[in-house]
Design a protein around this ligand. Structure first.
Ligand SMILES: Nc1ncnc2c1ncn2[C@@H]1O[C@H](COP(=O)(O)OP(=O)(O)OP(=O)(O)O)[C@@H](O)[C@H]1O
Ligand SMILES: [Mg+2]
Length: 154
């Protein structure tokens, strides 16, 4: 397991980080065998999970700006730039969920499909149904109100 810690000093920097990570997504044949790319975004309210997701979506070439899907649980965007064969970007907000309450038809197929990239805000709330090897990104407020400490656990 590898950890990387990054300090961002503004929402813009957090977005940029999301964008950069989207560009670095590994869709090599070995990675594809493991199924969808799943990233659990964790950390307190207002710590930057949605902001990061917006940058990530931009990095995938998605024109719409993801909003927090709190009231709809999940939004699916199609990835037009077919880099690495990715087709769908799926944004989930698990804030109000428990693993047992999370019933998405064919969820197993979703997480098996290498053409999917799935970002789950509050992924720790439904960790029982996420693959054990999912990437985790943990967001923390620190000192200055516009600073965030972002820890990437791969
Ligand atoms: N360095 C920073 N990184 C990210 N957001 C920042 C930063 N500095 C200030 N902000 C502001 O903090 C807020 C972060 O909100 P955001 O919706 O991204 O958080 P969240 O973790 O998704 O919250 P929630 O748990 O409610 O879904 C935004 O208003 C953003 O502009
Ligand atoms: Mg959010």
């Amino acid at each position: 397991m590898e950890n990387i810690e990054i300090l961002t000093r503004s929402a813009k920097e957090t977005k940029k980080l999301g964008e950069k990570l989207a560009h670095e997504i590994d869709r090599s044949p070995t990675s594809i065998k493991r199924g969808a790319i799943i990233i659990s975004l964790e950390g307190e309210l207002g710590s930057g999970k949605t902001t990061f997701t917006q940058g990530f979506a931009k990095g995938l070439g998605i024109k719409e700006n993801p909003r927090s899907p709190t009231f709809v649980i999940m939004r699916i965007y199609s990835v037009r730039r077919k880099a690495y064969g990715v087709r769908q970007f799926i944004h989930i907000d698990a804030y109000r969920l428990k693993s047992k309450g999370f019933k998405v038809l064919n969820w197993r197929d979703f997480i098996r499909d290498p053409k999917n990239i799935i970002l789950v805000e509050w992924g720790d709330k439904i960790k029982n149904i996420l693959p054990k090897n999912a990437m985790r990104i943990i967001f923390k407020h620190i000192r200055h109100h516009e600073h965030r400490l972002i820890k990437i656990i791969i």
